[in-house]
Design a protein around this ligand. Structure first.
Ligand SMILES: [Zn+2]
Length: 113
């Protein structure tokens, strides 16, 4: 007999949860090394280099985990998404501030006309 379990998406893997936990606990220790390349701390000391393959190809990590996507890749992906969202927000605020500045500098002109 079919149950809802048969059609449910596969459960979140332990590796994904460990990647999220790693980001939560050590996300502030990640360093950006280049385009899509990050130094990600390991749980037991050490640091691994993660390449998110932003120019195409496959993500890779220098850790011994042979899974296609290890927890460091998941951690770096969350880090990159968060950093990009923050940068976009900041850019939006700068654009809004420039627009306010432009309006303010136009006001004296408008008055003098
Ligand atoms: Zn790894």
């Amino acid at each position: 007999m079919a149950t809802t379990k048969d059609t449910a998406p596969p459960p979140t893997t332990t590796r994904e949860l460990r990647g999220l936990a790693l980001y939560r606990e050590h996300g502030d220790e990640i360093t950006h090394e280049g385009h899509g390349v990050y130094s990600v701390p390991g749980c037991s000391g050490g640091t691994y280099t993660v390449d998110l393959a932003v120019f195409g190809g496959t993500e890779s990590c220098s850790c011994p985990d042979r899974a296609p996507v290890c927890k460091h890749i998941i951690c770096a992906t969350v880090y990159r998404a968060t950093a990009r969202a923050a940068a976009r927000r900041e850019q939006g605020e700068r654009t809004a501030a420039r627009a306010r500045g432009a309006r303010a500098s136009l006001t004296p002109l408008a008055v003098s006309l």
